[in-house]
Design a protein around this ligand. Sequence first.
Ligand SMILES: [Zn+2]
Length: 394
Amino acid sequence: MKRAVWLTLPAWFWILSGNCRLSAQNLVITNARIIIGNGTVIDRGSIVIRNGRLASVAAGTPNVSAVETIDAHGMTAMPGFIDGHRHVNTGPSEKQQMQELLDAGYTTVLSGGGPAEGNLSLKEHIDKGLIKGPRIIPSGRVELANNTPEKARAEVRALAAQGIKFVGEMALTPKPGPTAKELENLRAIVDESKKVNVWVQIHAVSPQAMMAAVDAGVIKLVHTPHFGWLAQEDAQRVASAGVMQLSTIGFGVPVFGVFANDNKPRFRDGKPWPEAILDGEGRGREAGYKAVNARTSWDAGVVYGYGTDTNYQPKAGLEHELKSLNLMFSMQDIIKLMGPNTASYIEMSDQLGTLEAGKLADIVVLDGNPLEGYWNMLRTKLTIKGGVIVSNQR
Ligand SMILES: [Zn+2]
């Protein structure tokens, strides 16, 4: 039987204005366990995707026709993974690197640094469809230590003019804490960023640097500090300032089986652990600081999100960050942290982070139930970005 299709006036305008991407299929996923990301789990439900967005997410089977229906019996659908801080840039192997990210389940990545131009061309290659890849949020860098407030302000304005929304990869001296000059420049950068609608992100790797950044008005921190313990009162001050912080919790934790299969502990750059840990204090105690400080931030109410600050193989990096997080956080916590909290960090809460109608259809379909263990978040079957299947490992 033929069914009449009624479109609302705004829908026609949307199609006629050329916003309708033909590649975004109408897709229905049925029989899936659905982790919405806001605490709700649907044991067996369906997701209807139309024009790249979530049209409905509900229990049962919907009565709709679709180009493609996926029976996800035994599988789980959850929001596509977002890395709020990963080092990606354009280059000769970008095609493979971007596919590896999609295969691991990442649908959005905030580029952690590198030249803004490189970030922008990578984004362009993906947006134009030259290569497949996650949604890239480009960032740019402003020099902190060797700069003047006036020059720093000009650099912020120049990045904003290029369309950059995040200024990142700026590190404060961790010990004994930032210099007066760094802080003077940082205050100028924060002040200028507000005028041109740009977010400032800081690598604050000691509690002192973290508190100095917060006092300078920074509300986005890409790290959990790892030089000493974060005091509860300080964490509460961070929370009340509305700060969002990313994990990078695996920083001091040894990596195995990625750079060589020799059962030797390695730092994230492949060099021997713990010697290669950046400014390490010895015996890899950073692993302990990070884990405890992460929970201190979380318990104080800081919006704590997910970031790896890595550039090695995405799935191995995912596993490493998840297992490190799992030391201090439940799977429910990890799902909140990766979904809504990281979406807040990248300022895309209205579009991403949960599987709710109206949001972008960024979904990862996994074999098994992530609530039973983080290892089930590594069993990627499908990655869907904006309603398009960008990785199929079924
Ligand atoms: Zn970084």
